[in-house]
Design a protein around this ligand. Structure first.
Ligand SMILES: Nc1ncnc2c1ncn2[C@@H]1O[C@H](COP(=O)(O)OP(=O)(O)O)[C@@H](O)[C@H]1O
Ligand SMILES: [Mg+2]
Length: 334
């Protein structure tokens, strides 16, 4: 059994609005986060990710349930628990007129650091987040991505073993996103840190995580490695052949099902009707197959032998988006 860094049991939060109505933001979450892993909470906006993070970092009192960090209760042993923990909040909290270095020094003092230790940690963090060259510039002159990196630096200053990062790539350009994702990976690889990462982007969860918990409406509806989660929806690849305006005779369907190993389902979609002015769209032949790429040459041969022209082929491997769709009936991005 791996060592458990964070243990969450029956965690729940009901917000009460000013008008007296209630919002059940988190509805009984159980979770173990193992030492040294990147664990992602993946879920759409409003799923309860930030509320969960706030409770298990001691910022928000739960309505029910409990959480421990390194065995210390976040509510009754908050001091010991928080020593192990760094938090990178969803909202950037920095002083715009101070430089990157001054911001880090300020937050470091708030954590109780000072003197040479503080300067050393600030230098290390500036180095790790690649902000050394811009350390003396005011944060208000920084791009969204650079501000994010200072924000991440603040969370790492006191050298925690564990860090929570709440949607750290929202609102940054693709290049900065890449840098942030690489930073997260380096936390695990170079520092053996434990990371709890939240996102609504399945690509991020898929790339980063040792394990993923899918959250929706305040509940963890699935939990496992990416591979385990994808197994839940079946591992078939989806091969989409665009074939002009042609139709597909039954003999081709039969051959595909009988002669290609791993093919389970054939779907045919005729071109959608046009209003007369547009170019007619393509028909699509969709084939579900295990190890789709390997099956593709034989599939193409069978289709060609029926004198059906293939205009293009798309191979879609099963992903977390498909898992979410199957579990909830909705797309993650809705
Ligand atoms: N302070 C609050 N008061 C009332 N409702 C809130 C408050 N904060 C969040 N909520 C609601 O709780 C739900 C979960 O929100 P949140 O934890 O921010 O989700 P996520 O971070 O996954 O987007 C949402 O329906 C949100 O509107
Ligand atoms: Mg949030």
């Amino acid at each position: 059994m791996p060592d458990v860094m964070v243990e969450v049991r029956g965690l729940a939060k009901t917000y009460r609005r000013a008008d007296g109505s209630e919002v059940q933001a988190v509805r009984g979450i159980d979770l173990d986060i193992y030492k040294g892993e990147i664990f992602s909470m993946l879920g759409p906006n409003g799923a309860g990710k930030t509320t969960t993070i706030s409770m298990i970092s001691g910022l928000l009192a739960p309505t029910a349930g409990r959480a421990t960090i390194g065995g210390f209760s976040i509510t009754t042993q908050g001091m010991q628990a928080k020593k192990l923990l760094g938090v990178v909040p969803q909202e950037i909290a920095l002083y715009p007129t101070l430089s990157a270095r001054q911001n880090l020094e300020f937050f470091g003092r708030m954590y109780g650091m000072g003197g040479r230790e503080l300067q050393k940690n600030v230098d290390e963090v500036l180095d790790f987040t690649d902000l050394k060259e811009r350390q003396k510039d005011r944060v208000e002159t920084f791009s969204g991505g650079m501000k994010r990196r200072v924000n991440i630096g603040v969370g790492l200053l006191h050298k925690p073993q564990l860090v929570y990062m709440d949607e750290p790539t929202v609102g940054v350009d693709p290049q900065s996103r890449r840098r942030i994702l690489d930073t997260v990976i380096r936390l695990r690889e170079e520092r053996q840190m434990t990371v709890l990462y939240t996102t609504h982007l399945m690509e991020e969860a898929q790339e980063l995580s040792n394990r993923v918990g899918i959250v929706d409406h305040g509940q963890m509806i699935a939990l496992g490695t990416v591979g385990e989660l994808i197994q839940k929806v079946g591992e078939d690849d989806r091969l989409i052949l665009n074939i002009g305006e042609q139709s597909v005779p039954d003999s081709v369907r039969t051959r595909l099902l009988q002669e290609v190993p791993g093919v389970s389902t054939i779907e045919f979609a005729p071109p959608p009707p046009t209003n007369g002015n547009e170019h007619p769209a393509n028909s699509q032949l969709t084939i579900l197959a295990q190890r789709g790429r390997r099956a593709l040459p034989v599939i193409i041969q069978i289709v060609n032998e029926a004198r059906i022209d293939i205009l293009s082929v798309e191979v879609r491997e099963p992903d977390l988006e498909a898992v979410f769709l199957q579990l909830t009936g909705r797309a993650l991005r809705d």
